[in-house]
Structures are given as structure tokens and as C-alpha cells.
Design a protein around this ligand. Structure first.
Ligand SMILES: *Cc1c(COP(=O)(O)O)cnc(C)c1O
Length: 448
């Protein structure tokens, strides 16, 4: 029998109206392995902090999402949102599962080509497409989702030098009951701007309008908003057919499904409140099925969900640097991962766990990152057990946006590893070192 951990006796003030030791059990169980691989071992080999991705979770989550939609609607296509996580290893897993690519920049477009995805399976979104980007994408038969009239005029201006007829969709924004409304992207539905864009495109006779696109926001917990959007797009599709006898091939419902990370200020944990893929699929496919489309032909349903497909598959493991008491006596813990790696800590209450067994006692704690910035807070107030300097912790659900929005501030970005389905650990992005910076910087002669 292993020796029990000594429990130091404590006195705790009972605060009226707040759950206390008589109300809820607070023991935070440690998480010491991911897919049965010990986290301590990963830190030992790859350093601290380290991002850890689970291939098993990525594939399982994708299959769950795909099944939710494909069992309810006959023509479903997912397109992986590169900006959510564009590590090549991650993208290739989604592509292997059958996802196309969804990109919002020339840089991301080049990453897709490196991942050997044919041009006609690339959706090109976003307000920033250079002429060069557009020529390459159109000649590759990619799907160009036009964001504004200036982009449309650029395409029209290029038509005569193109090898292929442009395959385009328009991004449409609209009132779906989600506020603030994201009206800065695409053409507005209610004020007629979307209809004007359609007229411009189809009156050229040289551009194929193949789809209609929406992306109504992110972390949308109201699945009916998608249904409202689809009803409006279906009405637009019918109007297009009446005027031009053109039927669009697909409706792209965008991304925006919420993940299970809890937003700061939320009363209930997101694991209890976030709609499931089945909930979203039910709302979206019910609207697609109920809507009438030209010739009674159902368009393909494209989904660009990012966050909800990858958040659960990412973990961030690291070490405790120090503990201290703040001026008011509150406990503070300083860890080696800050908002440089977890931009998302500004709006999520990330779940954080000790890696080793701890005592039963916990205390309200503020968890700070290592940056010399006052805003570097990972958790403002969490009931957390006592960890000592050098002890390890792991943060759950950091797969989405962390590894693309991270910033390089006063330190190097760390290693990223992938645990494959056999439990083997692969380095998929090397930590930065001073050579990375030497390569980028130039010192003028007079300063040498
Ligand atoms: C960012 C983005 C997505 C993915 O959004 P999530 O909220 O992560 O699902 C999909 N489509 C477009 C156009 C985007 O800009």
C-alpha cells in the first residue's frame, strides 16, 4: 500500500451564501496522462511548457460532427478552417478524414497547396485577397467567396487574363438574431447589397456563381440562428433562379459552433450548456430540408466549423514557477504559460488540473503567467490545490486559435507534439530558438 499524503489541518472561514466545504466537494482530480501517455514524460522530453495534441480526439470529434450532419442530410462537405489551427499535421488529419480546406489569406492558401489539396477543394474567404492570390486561386479552380464590391471589380478586371472561369460565391451577412451582428464581412442581405452583388456577377456572363456563404459569428450557442440564415439564403437562391435561371450548387453555413470551454462570467459550465453537434445539425438540416430550392434540387451543405472540432484535442502542459501572497493575503500561483500562448484566457475560464496527486485542500487562487504584464492572468479566481515550484499542471481544451494567435513576447514559442493513435509522441512543431530570430533580423552596417 502506498503511503497516504499528509494532510495539514486548516481552519477555513465559512462565507455565507457561497458554497463551502459543507456544500460541495472541491477536490480537483489530477490529470496525469493524455491518451495513456504520461504528461510528466512528455515535459521531460520536450520541455516545459509544451502543447500536446491528440490525433485520436481530432479524428473522433470530426467523425462525430460528420455523422451528425451526414445522417440528416444527403450532401454534406466539411472544410477545415485553417486559421483555427494550421499546423500541417493537424490539417492533414482533417484532410485524411475528408475535409476540404477553408482559408482566409494567401499565406494559408500556400499552406493548403503544401498539404497537396487540389485547388477545387479550397474555399477562399476573407477581405484580403491580392490580385496575385486571386489569379492563382481562380486558375486552380478554387471557390472564391467574395467579400466586397472592390474584390468583385478586381475579379472582373482580371477576367481576360484568366485561364479558367471564376467559380465564386458571395458571403452574405444578415440579421439572424445574433448581436452584435457581424456586418463587416460580405454583403448585407436586408439592404439589398447581396442581391446587387449577384446581379453584378451574373450580368458579366463570365463568372460562375456556384454558392452562397454565411459565417454569422463565433461561439454561437443559439443553433436556431443558423436556421434563420438558411431560410434567407434559400430565398435568395430562388430569386437568383427566377432572374437568371442559375441554380447555386451549395450553401456554406460557415463555422461558429461553440466549444465546451466556459466563457468568463457564464453561470453554468459550458459542458452543460453548449449545443451538441446533433443540436446544430438538427437546426441546420431541418432548415435545409424545409426550404424549397430551384428545380427541387438540394444544394450541397458545406460546413466550416473550426473551434468545435479542435478545441478538445489540444492541451497545454507546464510547470509552476512560484507561489506568493498578494497584498490582501490571497494566494497567487505563477506558471510558465501566459497569455502569450493562451490568448483565449482573456475570455475563457480554462480548466486547469494538477498532473500529480495533491492534498485534499484547496484555496481560492489567482493564476498568473510569466510575462511582465499585469494583464497576464490565466485564471482570476479558481479554487486550486497547493502546487509547489516545479510541479506540473495541464490546461484542457486549448486546440483552437492558441497555436495560430499566439504571440512571441519575451520568450520563445514552445514545442508542439502530437500523440498518434498508437500512443506514439511526435514533434510536429519545433520550439523557437535564437537562430529563428537571427535569421529574421538585420543589423545596419553602422551598428555592427
Ligand atoms: C474563422 C472562420 C471559421 C471558423 O470559425 P469557428 O468559430 O472557429 O468555427 C469559418 N469560416 C470563416 C469564414 C471564418 O472566418
Amino acid at each position: 500500500m502506498s503511503k497516504k499524503i499528509y494532510e495539514r489541518p486548516i481552519l477555513r472561514k465559512v462565507v455565507e451564501g457561497i458554497p463551502n466545504k459543507f456544500g460541495t466537494i472541491k477536490k480537483l482530480n489530477p490529470i496525469s496522462t493524455i491518451d495513456n501517455v504520461p504528461i510528466d514524460g512528455i515535459i521531460k522530453k520536450y520541455g516545459s511548457p509544451v502543447f500536446i495534441l491528440s490525433e485520436k480526439t481530432i479524428r473522433e470529434t470530426y467523425r462525430m460532427a460528420y455523422r451528425a450532419f451526414s445522417t440528416r442530410y444527403p450532401k454534406v462537405q466539411f472544410a477545415w478552417s485553417y486559421k483555427t489551427n494550421y499546423l500541417d499535421a493537424v490539417c492533414r488529419i482533417f484532410h485524411e478524414e475528408g475535409a476540404w480546406a477553408e482559408v482566409v489569406s494567401g499565406f494559408e492558401y500556400e499552406k493548403v497547396l503544401d498539404n497537396n489539396i487540389p485547388g477545387n477543394k479550397i474555399i477562399f474567404n476573407g477581405p484580403d485577397k491580392s490580385e496575385k492570390d486571386l489569379i492563382r486561386a481562380i486558375n486552380n479552380k478554387s471557390l472564391i467567396h467574395i467579400d466586397h464590391f472592390d474584390e468583385l471589380y478586381t475579379i472582373i478586371g482580371l477576367i481576360d487574363e484568366l485561364k479558367e472561369r471564376p467559380q465564386v460565391a458571395i458571403r452574405v451577412n444578415m440579421d439572424t438574431g445574433i448581436y452584435p451582428q457581424w456586418d463587416r464581412f460580405g454583403f448585407n442581405y436586408e439592404n439589398g447589397s447581396a442581391w446587387n452583388a449577384v446581379n453584378r456577377i451574373l450580368s458579366t456572363g463570365k463568372i460562375d456563381l456556384v454558392g452562397l456563404h454565411i459565417h454569422i459569428g463565433t461561439y454561437i450557442t443559439m443553433s436556431e440562428a443558423y436556421a434563420t440564415a438558411i431560410e434567407k439564403l434559400a430565398a435568395l437562391a430562388n430569386k437568383i433562379f427566377d432572374r437568371f435561371q442559375t441554380s447555386i450548387g451549395y450553401i456554406d453555413a460557415g463555422g461558429g459552433f461553440a466549444s465546451q470551454n466556459t466563457l468568463q462570467g457564464a453561470y453554468m459550465p459550458a459542458t452543460d450548456t453548449t449545443p451538441s453537434f446533433d443540436d446544430y445539425a438538427h437546426a441546420i438540416t431541418t432548415a435545409m430540408t424545409a426550404a424549397s430550392f430551384p428545380n427541387n434540387e438540394k444544394p450541397t451543405l458545406i460546413l466550416e466549423t473550426g473551434r468545435a472540432l479542435i478545441d478538445d484535442a489540444g492541451w497545454l502542459a507546464g510547470s509552476v514557477l512560484a507561489n506568493k501572497r498578494l497584498a490582501d493575503g490571497r494566494r497567487a500561483m505563477i506558471i510558465d504559460t501566459g497569455v502569450n500562448l493562451m490568448f483565449t484566457a482573456f475570455w475563457y475560464d480554462h480548466e486547469i488540473y494538477p498532473v500529480q496527486e495533491t492534498t485534499f485542500q484547496s484555496e481560492p487562487t489567482t493564476i498568473y503567467g510569466p510575462l511582465c504584464m499585469n494583464i497576464d492572468v490565466i485564471r482570476k479566481n479558481i479554487d486550486f490545490p497547493m502546487l509547489n515550484k516545479g510541479d506540473h499542471f495541464v490546461i484542457k481544451r486549448v486546440g483552437a486559435y492558441t497555436m495560430t494567435q499566439w504571440m512571441q513576447f519575451i520568450t520563445y514559442r514552445p514545442n508542439i507534439v502530437l500523440i498518434d493513435e498508437q500512443g506514439e509522441v511526435h514533434l510536429i512543431r519545433k520550439a523557437e530558438d535564437k537562430e529563428v530570430f537571427r535569421r529574421q533580423e538585420l543589423v545596419p552596417k553602422h551598428l555592427k
